[in-house]
Design a protein around this ligand. Structure first.
Ligand code: PLP
Length: 408
């Protein structure tokens, strides 16, 4: 309704709204809105009366008014203050924005709800994605909900649950002997012959708009003033780029009370850190990372089509790109879940290692307010959960004194 046009992120070339778009010269497109018209039609306080889900920001989203969205109930996710964990990390104010509450257990639902709604609106019937994990499950679910076909290509060593959830939702699933970029090539090269639409990260314009709602929601939950620093586990980068786009649109609307945008911290694993490397070298584009290895499957993206958009977003916000240690993943998963009761995904475990590093190096101050995104549910990564080899009690012979260690 308020979309004016689309625009190449590379060179600003304009494209007409209301038609199917992919990329320009192989690089992503921005969706642009008539923000002054939105500012006249909507005030921030109007939102309070709307249902607590991502469609409450309808004016700032690309699906034309009057078109029913494809939805599984994308509720606003909790912003959880973590005082005990903050104290351990030497911070005064720390929140986890817990995206694991979304349908299919990850924030990929935000992007897919939007992209599949737009695809159905445009009459596309067969949708394909490469996926290192959660995107495949999310597409499968939203395609099923919309009555469309889903084709999912995953590296053969993708976490089991991601393969199974996609199968469960009726997707055609293919395992590939390679990494996500190999899966992406298969999807692109099959567009003509197999007749599917490529829903890869940033190769169509609308998953980004769905993920933008993380930024809108965060701003609303912070009463339109933003935290000082945001830690985000970065693979393809849609979430981080989408949030900065959200903050800029809100600033243009005049809704933001804080002057500076949050410093955006790209968090990658030291086993796959193409953006960190490009950031350190001061480059605009990132070279593919050789032999990418990480158990944080969402971060196993050796080459991102939106690399320059991620790097721009980080530099523009005075942010940083940091590599967390692969070896620390299990420790942080255990620490955060046992300290705060929030089961974090391995991607977010990497964020906590980055946070601890910056804190130690003095690049993050104790008084700065910090939000860490938990992008997915720990329960989907059964391979990484603690192994239980517990003794089995006989109900008739329980030695209670032995159960509870003395002194507690
Ligand atoms: C996909 C994914 C990421 C990376 O997200 P981008 O926005 O594409 O960088 C991080 N965490 C999880 C759990 C994911 O599924």
């Amino acid at each position: 309704m308020y979309v004016t046009h689309l625009e190449s992120a590379l060179d600003g070339t304009r494209f007409e709204a209301g038609r199917v778009h992919t990329t320009h010269q192989g690089r992503p497109l921005w969706v642009r809105y008539d923000l002054s018209a939105i500012g006249k039609a909507l005030r921030p306080q109007d939102l309070a009366a709307r249902p607590p889900n991502l469609w409450r920001y309808r004016e700032l989203l690309p699906l034309p008014g009057g078109i029913e969205p494809v939805t599984l109930g994308e509720g606003m996710t909790p912003l959880l203050r973590c005082d005990r964990l903050a104290a351990r990390l030497g911070l005064e104010q720390l929140w986890i924005k817990d995206e694991s509450h979304l349908p299919t257990g990850s924030f990929k639902a935000r992007g897919m709800a939007m992209a599949v709604s737009m695809a159905r609106h445009f009459g596309l019937r067969r949708l394909a994605v490469p996926s290192a994990g959660n995107a495949g499950g999310a597409l499968a679910a939203y395609a099923a909900r919309a009555g469309l076909q889903a084709f999912v290509f995953m590296p053969a060593d993708t976490p089991h649950i991601n393969v199974q959830e996609a199968l469960l939702a009726g997707a055609r699933v293919f395992l590939v002997d390679g990494v996500i970029t190999d899966c992406g090539r298969i999807v692109r090269e099959g567009v003509e012959q197999a007749g599917w639409f490529d829903l890869s990260t940033l190769r169509e314009p609308y998953r980004l708009e769905g993920k933008k709602t993380m930024g809108l929601e965060l701003a609303e939950q912070f009463a339109w003033s933003l935290p000082d620093v945001i830690f985000y586990p970065t693979g393809g980068g849609t979430g981080l780029v989408g949030m900065v786009k959200a903050f800029e649109e809100l600033r243009q609307l005049g809704w933001l009370r804080s002057e500076n945008l949050p410093r955006m911290i790209v968090c990658q694993s030291d086993g796959c850190a193409p953006i960190v490397r490009a950031f350190q070298r001061g480059e605009r584009f990132a070279e593919p990372f050789p032999d990418p290895k990480t158990e944080a499957s969402g971060l196993r993206v050796p080459a991102a089509v939106g690399d320059f958009m991620i790097l721009d977003a980080v530099r523009k916000t005075n942010g940083l790109a940091v590599a967390g240690r692969e070896q620390s993943i299990r420790r942080w998963m255990n620490e955060v879940a046992s300290c705060e009761g929030i089961p974090i995904c391995p991607e977010t475990a990497i964020c906590f290692d980055c946070l601890a590093q910056l804190r130690q190096a003095g690049q993050l101050k104790g008084h700065e307010s910090v939000v860490v995104f938990n992008t997915g549910a720990a329960q989907k990564y059964v391979e990484l959960l603690p192994e239980a080899s517990l003794p089995v009690l006989r109900p008739s012979q329980v030695d209670y004194a032995a159960l509870v260690p003395s002194g507690r």
